[in-house]
Design a protein around this ligand. Structure first.
Ligand SMILES: [Zn+2]
Ligand SMILES: [Zn+2]
Length: 212
């Protein structure tokens, strides 16, 4: 079975998520925004084999723990979409500005594109590119487990901000309507901050974007 545990990291309480296959003990971490040692302790306490980091987008609270984690353990870094490279290039400056531990520029092992498949153990996730919060935002959808790692695209009765550099509100809402509201209602959504939700709940309660 696919298991998960969310661990809020950084002063922004960003939901880094440990995903693992309890048959193979293979694991990935999503959005290593900081607190790399706490995340690695969680991996070790569950006796998991960490294989990769999956990133949803290039904002500092989602990525700035990656170089620190890689110093402890060499794993593959997947995502986000290459359109977010401009954010990764600015990490030293932005982490200083927000008084985060300074983070060097890094490049993921592989950028991801819409329709790519990634896996943890025997569980497969489809990559959906949903720009608007950032141009390179992706989400990860496991059809079999009905689980979505949504980053800052969709929140409980809210959506990601689009007033950051290269944000685009109409594009974000269209992406949510076309790519997320077409998923089954009982898909559980792990959001980038705060509470989980479901696709069905958002289709009927989200004040920013209702089902068409
Ligand atoms: Zn963000
Ligand atoms: Zn965020």
């Amino acid at each position: 079975m696919l298991q998960f545990q969310t661990i809020p990291v950084t002063p922004f309480a960003q939901n880094a998520t440990l995903l693992w296959d309890d048959q193979t003990q293979d694991a990935v971490l999503t959005d290593v925004g900081g607190d790399a040692e706490i995340l690695l302790q969680e991996v070790a306490s569950r006796h998991l084999n960490l294989q990769a980091i999956w990133l949803t987008h290039g904002h500092l609270d989602h990525v700035s723990g990656v170089p620190a984690l890689l110093q402890h353990q060499s794993v593959t870094v997947l995502g986000p979409h290459q359109e977010d490279d401009f954010l990764l290039q600015k990490l030293p400056e932005i982490t200083r500005q927000y008084q985060f531990p300074e983070c060097p520029v890094f490049t993921p092992t592989h950028w991801l594109s819409d329709g790519d498949m990634v896996s943890v153990g025997n569980h497969y996730f489809q990559v959906l590119h949903i720009p608007g919060h950032t141009p390179g935002s992706v989400v990860y959808y496991c059809e079999a487990a009905k689980l979505l790692i949504a980053g800052d695209v969709l929140f409980l009765e809210s959506v990601g901000r689009s007033d950051f550099p290269r944000g685009d509100g109409p594009t974000l809402l269209r992406g949510i309507r076309e790519k997320l509201y077409t998923l089954p209602d009982d898909v559980q959504v792990i959001t980038g901050h705060g509470a989980y939700t479901t696709i069905g709940h958002e289709k009927t309660h989200n004040p920013y974007v209702r089902a068409a």
